[in-house]
Design a protein around this ligand. Sequence first.
Ligand code: GDP
Length: 362
Amino acid sequence: GFNCGIVGLPNVGKSTLFNALTKNDIPAENYPFCTIDPNVGIVPVPDPRLDELARLVKPNKVVPTTMEFVDIAGLVSGAAQGEGLGNQFLAHIRETDAIAMVVRCFEDEDVHHVSGSIDPVSDIETIATELALADLDTLNKALQRQERAAKSGDKQAVGMRDLLERVRDGLDSGSPVRALDLDEESRHKLKEFHLLTNKPLMYIANVAEDGFAENPLLESVQQRAAAEKAEVVPVCAAIEAELAVLEDADRAEMLSAYGLDEPGLNMVIRAGYRLLGLQTFFTAGPQEVRAWTVTAGSTAPQAAGKIHSDMQRGFIRAEVTSFDDLVSCGGEQGAKEAGKMRLEGKEYVLQEGDVVHFRFNV
Ligand code: GDP
């Protein structure tokens, strides 16, 4: 599966959020370096469309799709030089597909801040610098290899060397790799280096209970993020921690007391899902209504393969109705009669929200 690594300086609320996300009981202690091993959580993706499908189909059960979050140990400056937990941190982050950076936008004298003051943009710079330094290190090592090969007449190495030099110069002048103007082929070539600043990035701004509006710390993060075209999801980790352990009725009451529509974590999960370039399709029958995940651009047989490899191997065709059509036609029968159910073959590229029946040979 695809995963999103939760990173941030110590004491910004990572563990609190991760625990709320997974409802696991991983200790969130008030001191740096408490979360050393990366913790993986499989999190259901909240999707109101499942409830609507269930209302139409009345299945025995409803199964959401999931995505993975990894809680990665706190970073300190100097990581790229191998200080503290630095190397471990970078190794773990290298294995994730996207980065959710938690930044602290709440004041609390009882919660120690590693650099002594609350300044989320400076925290972002600290982490961005460590990631950039790690990438420079990777690039310089790779460049040495390509230069040797280029000198001995390897044409491919010449092209790679030029690309790596461009990327290094971009990083040197302060641009993360994800923001560089590179064509598709160059991006593809860079994949093997697993560059950290090339991973998709979003911010989780951890605010105080009353910190969603008129919060200069949050606004500074939003400004920074806008400049990088990154998404910011404001949450209050303390509220999320409470919500996570409540029964549904109590949760609804607490949300309305805070004037919130839904838990902030729902937004975090959906933002992470988008960041990873994932999309959802549904299967709906009397046994179960279920959401499944594919990467955007997947074909019908690839989607079938998410359910069972036999369905991909023996794929014949897919009967596809868009979620909206299914709902507006009042269900499958209505959609069929209105000509909204399409028969699609193996070249069909799935669209967000497709409701699919696969036909296959066994
Ligand atoms: P981590 O080091 O980033 O994993 O941070 P933790 O989740 O362990 O949180 C550090 C401390 O900050 C803990 O004492 C938390 O209870 C506290 N904390 C986390 N989120 C909030 C919040 O939204 N408001 C306040 N006041 N404290 C928080």
